[in-house]
Design a protein around this ligand. Sequence first.
Ligand code: ADP
Length: 162
Amino acid sequence: MKKNIAVYPGSFDPITYGHLDILKRGLELFDKIIVAVAYNVDKRALFTVKERMELIRESIKGNSHVEVDSFEGLLVDYVKKVNARFVIRGLRAMSDFENEFQMASMNRNLNKDMDTIFMMTSKDYFFISSRTIKEVASFNGCVSGLVPEIVDKKLKEKFAKK
Ligand code: ADP
């Protein structure tokens, strides 16, 4: 097992500067990070998995240390498949903690070799979530400076069609 690969899983619906900040800081710890978009049956997504992956690709601007992928099913199985040992998750407020703690503990129960590394959100991004970005954008509010330009553009296109 290589120690230098980490998986950064999530919905990324869509990717924000909060996600990108965690990714950038994660690259200080790992040689390669796989951003893995989850097919989530519970959440109603605005962007398709393919669109989300494309937006991530455009946002990382060809960084060769980042790979973009998607996965279905259990995260532990995906992590094993790509031969990784670490998972990165970002932590915003206390509300994130409970859920993340539960997930990390369950994953560790399923695979003792896997560890979740938590990175604290930066002060400039603690209030950003994909959900609030979508909400603001749906009412034509300004989200520039919170998401990459391409995401801002695609959000405008999506909501113009609705
Ligand atoms: P999920 O649907 O699995 O919560 P998200 O796409 O919302 O996935 O987020 C993926 C990961 O990025 C999660 O660990 C989440 O806590 C983290 N994250 C999201 N937004 C921010 C932010 N603004 N600052 C730090 N971490 C964040």
